[in-house]
Design a protein around this ligand. Structure first.
Ligand code: PLP
Length: 427
């Protein structure tokens, strides 16, 4: 699939059937694989030969979809995980351990923030959070000698801040660490962070990549550029022998292109076992086939909704980076010139009560804890995910009481706008 356009890779990447083979990727629904000799199997365990022995670590269906995602992101290797949470945890834990430190953008998904700030802290990993709008000096000041990774989201959920990927990549590399970017909201259709300097890309495939609200999943893709051996002391897990894997030194044996994903598969999948099911990978692949068509429509519909909202007297503010005048519009023009995502947030005049009344009166757009689905949905964090917070705490968390996040789906934009207009009339 080299030099093919993204629409072609979305359909044909990752799997090239031979003569008489199934046209669609086969679902290899098998926990294990059969070998003729112990020697054959031994070679797999020694990572001397490639092949499959147990679907907790690797499965052919998942690998076909991971290979497609690696091609889409411009990476050299990829793997699927059971969820987006698992993808971000594995991407970080593959190079970060007890006594290490992470720098992360503060504008990231709440679950990832919790993973880094609370759960990884219990594992002895410290973190410093920086504003996505920080200067290079402020970013530099967050690094410590034991910093092992910089982390951010292309378009942050739910803040919808756009990451300055080039700035973050330059800072990461100046401090000898990789930049890990969660590209869930933009998808490779709208942004390919590796082309802007990111080293590792992660996804919650649960969102646009599946796009139909069918399967929880995640993915990790390695850009294959980061020179682990040049920073040998920082990344001993990749640059010194792995005694739990027959003394293999991943960066030596698999090079820049393959070391990260091989270690993550051989070590973390072996020990934590968070592989995606082959059935889910098959469904995910169906979603990826139509991704460019869907993303275009999500973005057109979201723009129409954002424009309508920005003209309504009942709306106090609208946040959508593709909308001229948005705080992140300039960055969106640079990193997301063809469109951003389908998620728009806005505040109704009249606070929490008005937000609740508005949502109660929607007929097409459903109230859900989800985004990036073919079906439009919305959420008022103050009365749901952030319900325990008072007005002041909500403001400090960047989710004021009146804020509503709408994930604009693939329905007809006129119907969505009519639904919103009708509900705004009731407040
Ligand atoms: N990353 C982002 C940007 C997300 O929005 C989410 C979930 O909403 C996740 C990661 C976690 O993904 P999952 O729910 O698939 O575990």
């Amino acid at each position: 699939m080299q030099n093919k356009k993204i629409e072609t890779v979305c359909i044909q990447g990752g799997y090239t059937p031979g003569n008489g083979d199934p046209r669609q990727i086969p679902i290899i629904q098998s926990t294990t694989f059969k070998y003729d000799t112990s020697e054959d199997m031994g070679k797999l365990f020694d990572l001397e030969a490639s092949g499959y022995f147990y679907s907790r670590l690797q499965n052919p269906t998942c690998d076909m979809v991971a290979a497609k995602l690696a091609q889409l992101e411009g990476g050299t290797a990829g793997m699927l995980t059971s969820s987006g949470q698992a993808a971000n945890f594995f991407a970080l834990f593959n190079i970060v351990g007890c006594g290490d430190h992470i720098v992360a953008s503060s504008a990231i998904y709440g679950g990832t923030y919790n993973l880094i700030a609370v759960t990884m802290a219990k594992m002895g990993v410290e973190a410093t959070f920086v504003s996505p709008d920080c200067t290079r000096e402020e970013l530099d000041a967050a690094f410590r000698p034991n910093t092992k990774a910089l982390f951010g989201e292309t378009i942050a959920n739910p803040a919808l801040a756009v990451l300055d990927i080039e700035l973050f990549a330059e800072a990461a590399h100046a401090h000898g660490v990789p930049l890990i970017v969660d590209n869930t909201f933009a998808t490779p259709v709208n942004c390919r962070p590796i082309e802007w300097g990111a080293d590792i890309v992660t996804h919650s495939t649960t969102k646009y990549l599946d796009g139909h609200g069918s399967c929880i999943g995640g993915a990790i893709i390695d850009g294959g550029h980061f020179d682990w051996m040049a920073h040998r002391d920082k990344f001993p897990g990749l640059t010194t022998p792995d005694e739990s894997y027959h003394g293999i030194t991943y960066a030596e044996k698999f090079g820049k292109e393959g070391a990260f994903i091989t270690k993550c598969t051989a070590q973390l999948m072996r020990d934590f076992g968070s592989m995606q099911s082959p059935q889910s990978a098959f469904i995910l692949n169906l979603g990826i086939e139509s991704l460019p068509v869907r993303m275009k429509r999500h973005c057109e519909n979201a723009m129409a909704v954002a424009e309508f909202l920005s003209k309504s007297e009942k709306v106090a503010y609208v946040t959508y980076c593709s909308l001229p005048g948005d705080k992140y519009h300039d960055r969106a023009l640079k990193y997301l010139p063809d469109g951003s995502c389908g998620v728009v947030s806005f505040g109704v005049k009249g606070g929490r009560k008005a937000a609740e009344t508005f949502m109660k009166n929607l007929k097409v757009i459903a109230i859900e804890t989800h985004v990036a689905d073919a079906r439009s949905c919305c959420l008022n964090p103050a009365s749901s995910t952030h319900r325990q917070m008072n007005e002041e705490e909500l403001k400090a968390a960047g989710v004021p009481a009146e804020l509503i996040r709408v994930s604009v789906g693939l329905e007809n934009a006129d119907d969505l706008i009519a639904d919103i207009a009708g509900a705004l009339e009731t407040i």
